[in-house]
Structure formats: structure tokens, C-alpha cells
Write a protein that binds this ligand. Structure first.
Ligand code: F6P
Length: 370
């Protein structure tokens, strides 16, 4: 048996733990393991790797001491979607073409029987299409955003929330010392999981998430009442995908894969709050800091469990599935179901209800408290 491992899309803490566990579990079964560089580029475009290292034969040594390292030793890319490779036409314009059959052919030529693809919604969609084109695929859910359905959590999310919480804790120092309103913008794409969990853990006064369109007047009102009580500072956590009621998302541009690059909402929120409250306001954008660094013990453990489970799935003959956390177990769910919808924050979930009980404002109603 020969399997391949590939990591695609944005890096997330815990990727190397998955690679280590999948490699060791496969080697212990007497299988061969191929690591593909930069998504599928290493296999699809070997000429781009002049040292012949577009694919690697993975050994115990290749995965020694990597579980605690952020990033991915295999590299990653947002550009390598084999179902939509950019092609320039004779008239100079660009189009895309589906080259999945060609890529599946390259897997076969390399003698690879099955692929473990580790990624978020984009990479798992690609995995689904390669599976439809005849490749044996098992997916592993990765993303700091936690927006993948059919798994109670993705690895990377806990590290992002823990670090965001620490950063928000640190912002309190300046908020209290300078009597300021401090706005902290966090990643998360179209889901508010990071903002909600870190904002609540760090006792923010307001949390703005994409699932609850906001109006800043209730927050200005809260800040005014806090000031009247002598609490002359406030912390507002904003998800990058948050949107004002009747407003639109703050988009910085497009990525190479044509996905929206979100960002900038923190600046809008800060400017408007300063205007509404007359209080000095500052913004901190955490951005890619949330994707870096050492994975927490939770993410390392989840990554190791997912990697080992992906190999068990192949060993048990499962094809076209994604490993998923269904506490206390790791299950296999059909890939097609896992990528069929995005997992947003349910606005009536326990964390939102509890945050409201604590007096945290979501910008949708006046809050009496805090
Ligand atoms: O999906 C992970 C994520 O970090 C999102 O939170 C964010 O919107 C996006 O990736 C940023 O992508 P890039 O690194 O391409 O700017």
C-alpha cells in the first residue's frame, strides 16, 4: 500500500501533528508514504522543483520532532486547485480548466493508492472532486475558522482562540490606563467562532460576528453607561466578516484563488464608535498571528488523532470520507456531506446566550449591564 499526504489552503497550527501521525501509522503498517509539496503542485508540476523534491518518500526521520511546530513541513498553496487551473488563451485572456483527470493519472503513475488531504472547505472540495474522478481520498478537517460542518471542531481553532484571548487580555492594559475604547479585529472568514469564543473568554464588552448584523448605537450606549459608572474603557472584538445592518462586508481585494480577502472592518467600527462616543479609540488587527506559533495541546492531540484515524479509515476500506471529531470519538463522515454547507455560529447557541446573560453586547440590542 502506498499513500500520499497533501496540505492545502491556509496553514493552521496542528498540520504537522497530522502529518506525523499519518506517516507513523502508515509506516507501522508496512505502507509507503509520499509527501506532496505545496498542495498538489509537487506532483502536478515536478519541473518546478529542480531538486527533485516535489514529492518526498516520508520516513520516521521526516516527521521527527514536528508535532509541536506551526505551519506545514509539506508547504501549502491557495493557487493549486486542479479543478480550476488558470489557462491563458491565444487572445491573452484567462480561463480555467479542470485537470483533475490528469492529476489522478499522475497519482496512478506514481503508484499511489490513496490520498490523505488535509485542508479547509476549499481543499476538501478539491478532495471530493478528485474522489469523483476515481482517486481514493480521505479528508482531514483543518482551519482556524472552525467553519467546517460535520465535525465538532477543526484543529487550529483552539490555538487561534487561545492566542486571541491572550492578545485581548493584553489590550485591557492600554484600555484601562488610557481610558480608551480598544477594538480588536480577528480572522474567521464568514463565521464568528474565533471572535465569539475569544471575546467571551477575555470578557470583552461587545462582540461583533457575521451571524448577527450590527448597529453601533447599542455599543455606544453601553460605553456611555459604563463611563457614567466610572468604568471609562471598553473592549470590542470584531470578526473580520462582521457586517453592519444594511451594510456590506469589508473586503480588501481578491486572493489568487479569487476568494474574497476580508479585513478592515475594525477600522470602520473604531472610526464610527469614536464619532458616536467622542472617546479615543484604537484598533489592533491580529490577522495571521492567529495562524502561527505552537499548536495548543488540544490542537496537537486532535491533529495526531485525526492523522492516525485517517490511516485507519484507509486500512478499513473507507473511501470519500472525512475524519471528524464527534466527542469522545473520531468518526468518518461522507466528504460530500462535510463540504455541503458552512458551519456558522447558531445565534441561539449556548455561548451566545451565555454572553448575553453576562451583558456582552452583540450590536443588535441595547444591553443593560456591564
Ligand atoms: O481560512 C483561514 C484564514 O486565515 C481566514 O481566517 C482568513 O480570512 C483567510 O484565511 C486569509 O487568507 P490569506 O492568508 O490568503 O490572506
Amino acid at each position: 500500500m502506498k499513500i500520499a499526504i497533501s496540505t492545502g489552503g491556509g496553514d493552521a497550527p496542528g498540520l504537522n501533528a497530522v502529518i506525523r501521525a499519518a506517516t507513523l501509522s502508515a509506516l507501522r503498517r508496512g505502507w509507503e508514504v509520499t509527501g506532496i509539496r505545496d498542495g498538489f503542485d509537487g506532483l502536478m508540476f515536478p519541473e518546478r522543483y529542480p531538486h527533485g523534491d516535489g514529492v518526498w518518500a516520508m520516513t520516521r526521520n521526516s516527521v521527527k520532532g514536528i508535532a509541536h511546530l506551526g505551519g506545514t513541513i509539506l508547504g501549502s498553496t491557495n493557487r493549486g486547485n486542479p479543478t480550476e487551473y488558470p489557462v491563458q488563451l491565444a487572445d491573452g485572456t484567462w480561463t480555467t480548466e479542470n485537470r483533475s483527470d490528469e492529476l489522478v493519472g499522475k497519482f496512478r503513475a506514481a503508484g499511489i493508492d490513496a490520498l490523505i488531504t488535509i485542508g479547509g472547505d476549499g481543499s476538501l472540495q478539491i478532495g471530493r472532486r478528485l474522489n469523483e474522478a476515481g482517486l481514493w481520498v480521505v479528508g482531514v478537517p483543518k482551519t482556524i475558522d472552525n467553519d467546517l460542518d460535520k465535525t465538532s471542531s477543526t484543529f487550529g481553532f483552539d490555538t487561534a482562540v487561545s492566542f486571541a484571548t491572550e492578545c485581548i487580555d493584553r489590550v485591557f492594559t492600554t484600555a484601562t490606563s488610557h481610558s480608551r475604547v480598544m477594538v480588536v479585529e480577528v480572522m474567521g472568514r464568514y463565521a464568528g467562532w474565533i471572535a465569539l469564543n475569544a471575546g467571551m473568554a477575555a470578557s470583552a464588552h461587545a462582540i461583533l460576528i457575521p451571524e448577527i448584523p450590527y448597529d453601533l448605537r447599542p455599543i455606544a450606549d453601553l460605553i456611555a453607561r459604563r463611563t457614567a459608572r466610572g468604568a471609562n474603557f471598553a473592549i470590542v472584538v470584531v470578526a473580520e466578516g462582521a457586517m453592519a445592518k444594511h451594510g456590506s462586508r469589508s473586503v480588501l481585494g481578491k486572493r489568487v484563488d479569487q476568494a474574497e480577502r476580508l479585513g478592515g472592518v475594525g477600522e470602520h467600527v473604531a472610526a464610527e464608535l469614536q464619532e458616536l462616543t467622542g472617546r479615543e479609540t484604537r484598533v489592533t488587527v491580529l490577522g495571521h498571528l492567529l495562524r502561527g506559533g505552537t499548536p495548543t495541546a488540544f490542537d496537537r492531540l486532535l491533529g495526531l488523532r485525526f492523522g492516525a484515524a485517517a490511516v485507519r479509515a484507509i486500512d478499513e476500506g473507507y473511501n470519500g470520507v472525512m475524519v471528524a471529531l464527534n466527542p469522545p470519538d473520531v468518526d468518518y463522515v461522507p466528504l460530500v456531506e462535510a463540504v455541503s454547507r458552512m458551519k456558522n455560529v447558531p445565534v441561539d447557541c449556548d455561548t451566545v446566550v451565555s454572553a448575553r446573560d453576562l451583558g456582552i453586547c452583540f450590536g443588535d440590542e441595547i444591553v443593560d449591564g456591564m
